[in-house]
Design a protein. Sequence first.
Length: 216
Amino acid sequence: MTLTDDPRQILITAAQRSVAMGLNRGTVGNFSLRHGAGMLITPTGILPEAITPDQIVEMDLQGNWQGDWRPSSEWEIHAKIYAARPDAGAVVHTHSDHATALSALRKPIPPFHYMICGFGGNEIPCAEYACFGTPELSATVIAALGDTYGACLMANHGVVTLGATMEAALGRGERLEMLAKQYLLASSAGTPVLLNEEELRFAHIRYRSYGQQACG
């Protein structure tokens, strides 16, 4: 992402990058950042390449906002995550192809690959189905994420990821789509062999320092 301290520009860049990464098309998907006691979120119905900083919506976690631009119809998912998860500094919602295809199965992605451990548990959970833009949907997402998961599928809908920063949340979305594609490929060739409890336990230990540079 571009180096900037402007949170509105961070959101615009993330929305545009999601399209370049193949995670979204058109006006689908939405992005937010925790902002004081509330949040900043992308507007509804505007193509990422057309969003301007003044169209980013500032709102509280109860759904109150002012201005000429309406927030994403999925604002409540973002608000409920910030209220429930102090570790969330950014939230991303995408309709990436492979993960969305798996969401139609209404099942979690099982531990076929050690990178599943980077999402807060031994699977990537799938939230129960609820209609888009409803309080029921935000409730199912919160239930699926619990206290530890950094992402979940949304049944017959798409994906939600969170992170301390937008870079972390968007990167998690990219990795989830990669794993979804790999799981579909493996499943098309047979039945994937899943990691057992001991293998998962050791993978979680290793993941504590995964991808980190050594000091000194």
